[in-house]
Design a protein around this ligand. Sequence first.
Ligand SMILES: [Zn+2]
Length: 487
Amino acid sequence: MLDSEYHESGCYINITFTDTQIMGLTLFNSLGKTKQPFEPKNDDEVTVYCCGPTVYDYAHIGNLRTFLFEDVLIRYLELKGYKVKFVMNITDVDDKTIRAAKNSNSTLKEYTNRFTSEFFKDLQSLNVKEATEYPRATDYIKDIESHIMKLQSEEYCYERDGSYYYSINKFSKYGSLSGLEINNEKNRTRLNEDEYTKDNAQDFALWKAWDKDDGDVYWEGKLGKGRPGWHIECSVMSTKILGEEIDIHAGGVDLIFPHHENEIAQTEAVTNKKFVRYWIHSEHLIVEGKKMSKSEGNFFTLRDLIDKGYDAKNIRFLLISSHYRSQLNFTFDGINQAKENINRIQEIYSKIIEGKPKTGRDANISSITKESKKAFEEALDDDLDMPVALASIFKFVRDMNKYLETNQVLEENKLEITDYFETIDKVLGILSDKTIELDDDVRSLIEQRDEARIKKDWKKSDEIREELLKKGFIVEDTKEGTRIKRK
Ligand SMILES: [Zn+2]
C-alpha cells in the first residue's frame, strides 16, 4: 500500500506500508555518525543521561526543544516496553550562576533554587515526564573531588596555581566523538578565550581555584579552595547514579564539543570502559528564519509565549514535530498550525470515545487502525522520524473522518481506535484526558480564581492556583479561558 503524504516541511513524501514485522529501534549515534540498531546493555533497564539546565535564568525555547526531544525519546523507549532510568543534572554552580546570584543579592543556593523550580514549572506546563532523578552539581562535590584525584593519580590531570586541568594529550581517544571539530577555528578560539593558565590551550579545567569574584562560593577539601568545572560534574553524576556504562547520553548538538568529548575523556580515563553506547544530539532551533538572540528581539522563554496568549500544549507540539536532527524554524504561524493539527486529532478522538456504538466490528476499519499504529511505530523506530509518524496519524484522521460521514463506529472498532489514540499520545502527550470530574469545592475555587483575575488580583489568583495544585489540579490560562488538568 502506497500513499502520498503531506510532510510538515511542505513537500510530499511517499510512505510505504509493508507487511513485514516491525523493526526494532534504530538511533543515529553521533559516535560513529551512523544509524545503529538500539541494543541496551541490559534488556531489563535502559539508562539515559541528559545534560540539564544551568539554572541562572529561565530556559529559552531552544533549550526546551532539546528537553522535549529527550522527552519523546524517553516516552518512546517506554512505549516499546523498556524500563527507563533517566537522569538529568542541574548545573547549580558555574560563572554565570555565581555572577547572577551576586547581581541579585542572593546566595547561590537561593538563586539557583528559584530557577530550578522555574525550570520544573516549564517542564510541567509542557507535559514533560519527570526524570527518575535530577541531581544537583553542588550535592556531588566530594565525588567530584575524588574523581579528580583518581585522574591525577593516573597522570591525566595536573595542577597550576590551585586549579586542576585535564591533559588531553594523555587520552589517546580524545576527539573520537567530535572528530574534526576540535581543529575547527571557531572552537579553537573559544578554548583560547579561557583565561586559566594551562599547558595546552585545549586542556580544560576540572577544578577552578577560588578567586575574589567567586565571593563565598567555594569548597575546601582535598583539592584546596575552589569549585568544580562544568564538564566534570556530568561524568561524576552520570556514573555515580547510572553506573560506568550508560546506554544513552543526549543533549543539543552544541554540547558535542567540547562538553561531551571532555566527559568521555574524564570518565573513560578512570573506568577503562566504554562510557556511553549511544550519543544522541538534537539540532538547533531558529526563530522566524533567524538565529535566536536577545539583540534581535526574537529570544523567547516559555512564559514569554504564554504571556502572548499561546498555549503550552501547542508549543509542545510544534517543538516535537520536526525531526530532532533537523534545524527547527520556530514561527508564530507554526504555533497556530500546531493548534489546528492538535484540534484535528482531538476532534476525531473525542467523537470516537464519546460515541455510543452498536456491537460489531468493521474488518476494514480494524485493518486501517492496525496499519496506522504500525506506521507510527515504524516511523519512530527509524531514528524517531516524527514528521513521518505524524503524517501517518493525519492520514488516519482523514480516513476516519471520511468513514464517519456515512458510518458509525462499531463497538470493537471503538476499542481498537481508542487504543490507537492512547498509544500515539503516550509519545505525543497532547491529547486531553477524558472529562475530568470536578467536585463542587474545586469548581468554586476555579470560579473564585476567575473572578480574582478579572479584578487583576494576581496575588489571590496565584494563591488559589497553589491550592488547586495541592488538590492535584494544574490550572492553565489559555486564550479560550481556564483549563484544568490532573497533575
Ligand atoms: Zn553534561
